[in-house]
Design a protein around this ligand. Sequence first.
Ligand SMILES: NC(=O)C1=CN([C@@H]2O[C@H](COP(=O)(O)OP(=O)(O)OC[C@H]3O[C@@H](n4cnc5c(N)ncnc54)[C@H](OP(=O)(O)O)[C@@H]3O)[C@@H](O)[C@H]2O)C=CC1
Ligand SMILES: Cc1cn([C@H]2C[C@H](O)[C@@H](COP(=O)(O)OP(=O)(O)O[C@H]3O[C@@H](C)C(=O)[C@@H](O)[C@H]3O)O2)c(=O)[nH]c1=O
Ligand SMILES: [Mg+2]
Length: 301
Amino acid sequence: MNILLTGKDGQVGWELQRALAPLGKVVAVGRDALDLADADGIRRVVRDVAPRLIVNAAAYTAVDKAESEPELAMAINGIAPGILAEEARRLGAGLIHYSTDYVFDGAKQGEYAEDDTPNPVSVYGQTKLAGERAVSSSGAEHLIFRTSWVYGLRGRNFLLTMLRLARERAELRVVADQVGAPTWSRMIAEATAIVVARWYEHSAGDATPRPKSGLSGIYHLAAEGSVSWCGFAEAIVRLAAEREVLAVERVTPIGTADYPTPATRPANSRLAAGRLAHGFGVTMPNWLDSLMYCLDAEAKD
Ligand SMILES: NC(=O)C1=CN([C@@H]2O[C@H](COP(=O)(O)OP(=O)(O)OC[C@H]3O[C@@H](n4cnc5c(N)ncnc54)[C@H](OP(=O)(O)O)[C@@H]3O)[C@@H](O)[C@H]2O)C=CC1
Ligand SMILES: Cc1cn([C@H]2C[C@H](O)[C@@H](COP(=O)(O)OP(=O)(O)O[C@H]3O[C@@H](C)C(=O)[C@@H](O)[C@H]3O)O2)c(=O)[nH]c1=O
Ligand SMILES: [Mg+2]
């Protein structure tokens, strides 16, 4: 089957190109071929490709910059997913879309369930919530995967930032009062591929495969367990120090107030899994195990 993948050069999109390959013909597009800020362009590309599945891994992910570019962030994160969903519905195709822990305000004690009420505290979070709602109300068969704290060996992410700083500086100062689950981009892609196989299983041999109905909705798809950004940085430094000589001598816990940023971030980003296991039999490994797999992938590649 034809699969249209957007955001092919992003952290998750890059991994999806490989992970989705055994499931069909992946037409992977970047911003040059499909600009999500261009509504007509989106419709044109989807109609050209006529996919049975759309996987939207493109997004505006610059959390701080979004505070000063709310219209562009809304076009990409809030409006474009609804257009993709509308086109998916016309084709009878399924849509997989990604969202974020930042749709929550972080005030809850304990893990957030899929049905907890979102209340984003940043422009990025507001635009991602708008995207969720546009997809949910589209009438298309859809899966919205909320993930968190994505990292990998490519792109812009906290792991690569900490590795760079750990090579340059004696001290890392990192917030210890924001807690969540760092999630490896490759695990997201591999979990997505398993879900796709199960979602389309019953129509695998059909000329026009369709996703199984009754499964549409929001699913949390983040690593198991949780840690603060500071704890994550400590683990990165500890594991990297087994592999190379670093400049860093200490990782100092600080408060959110000591690290001012344009965007507010939730203090609690913990997402309860469960719906994904129940619906698709997929569970995510612990964040620390995944971090070790990720760093091993670098060592052996
Ligand atoms: N990164 C994270 O920590 C988290 C991400 N998510 C969600 O997961 C999904 C994947 O994120 P991730 O892979 O990390 O994101 P990245 O920022 O790594 O990749 C996003 C991709 O989208 C592309 N893009 C941006 N604007 C446009 C546009 N106007 N038209 C077409 N493509 C565009 C980017 O291209 P370019 O490089 O040209 O800008 C980039 O390749 C997103 O939905 C994100 O919101 C959820 C939780 C955490
Ligand atoms: C670089 C650095 C960051 N920090 C803090 C700032 C912030 O609170 C936290 C993480 O910073 P970052 O900017 O890397 O992370 P941020 O861009 O907020 O990451 C978010 O991205 C979006 C796309 C999501 O959807 C979220 O799930 C989440 O992953 O660490 C420090 O305390 N010290 C440092 O040296
Ligand atoms: Mg960032």
